[in-house]
Write a protein that binds this ligand. Structure first.
Ligand code: MG
Length: 255
């Protein structure tokens, strides 16, 4: 079911967006060479407690998950790109790290992700992050009342394909509201002018992710972490946005 939010409800969603942005900013800043993924999860957990927020992940147990997630942030390293389950791993120089975080504040959810390089970057990883960042910006720019879902998908895909990446459409954007995942699904590739019309009040997460040399993923032995099928690295950028009469409003914008 597609739910539209009133301007007053969108205003009520802003604290969740700001909180999610603040956790990503803090965990990204803390992600240095030698820092353990479990301590990034602890930092996010401490911030949740201090803010009186609620984790969307800790009890998350969808059909594809082996058991409840049990952590509050996704940490995907190198060939892991989505749903990375934090584990006992100290970050190494040159690691490509994706942090994906969602939380509820006052009953409203926001969801956002970013990829960074820890320590000394490889050029190819910076390029992948840059493409993913521009794909997110293009997707958001297409999230205008009067457009269709397919316009967002096509805008993301044009950037990804333009830089030579292939695209997986199994996991993509989604509606956000009282819960983390709702309708509509927003694939990262699609045809412009097709699909659900975008109306003011629609709140969605837009989340392009690309892998260097494949669009196929496999599930790790931990039952959660999704890795590239060929071992190549991935990047992922996500914002929760509200479609308004005045254009897209990025709820999870970082300073
Ligand atoms: Mg997310």
């Amino acid at each position: 079911m597609i739910e539209l939010r009133t301007p007053a409800e969108i205003e009520q969603m802003e604290p969740a967006g700001r909180f999610v942005a603040s956790v990503l900013t803090a965990t990204a800043a803390a992600a240095k060479v030698g820092v353990n993924l479990l301590s990034l999860d602890k930092l996010a957990h401490d911030m949740i407690r201090a803010a009186g927020a609620e984790s969307c992940y800790i009890d998350y147990h969808p059909s594809f998950g082996a058991s409840p997630f049990g952590k509050v942030i996704c940490t995907s390293v190198n060939d892991a790109v989505l749903h990375g389950l934090p584990h006992d791993y100290a970050l190494r120089d040159g690691d490509l790290l994706t942090l994906d975080f969602a939380a509820s504040v006052n009953g409203w959810v926001s969801d956002s992700a970013l990829s960074i390089v820890v320590g000394t970057p490889r050029d190819e990883d910076l390029k992948l992050i840059d493409t993913t960042t521009r794909a997110l910006a293009a997707g958001i720019a297409a999230a205008q009342a009067g457009n269709k879902i397919g316009d967002i998908s096509a805008a993301i895909a044009a950037v990804g394909h333009g830089d030579g990446y292939t695209i997986n459409t199994d996991f993509g954007g989604h509606g956000v509201g009282r819960t983390m995942h709702g309708d509509p699904h927003i694939p990262n590739d699609g045809r412009a002018g097709r699909g659900l019309p975008l109306r003011p009040g629609l709140v969605i997460a837009i989340e392009p992710w690309f892998l260097h040399t494949t669009n196929r993923i496999v599930t790790d032995a931990d039952g959660w972490t999704l890795r590239s099928a060929d071992g190549s690295r991935g990047a992922h950028m996500e914002h929760t946005i509200a479609i308004t009469e005045d254009g897209p409003l990025i709820l999870t914008k970082r300073d």
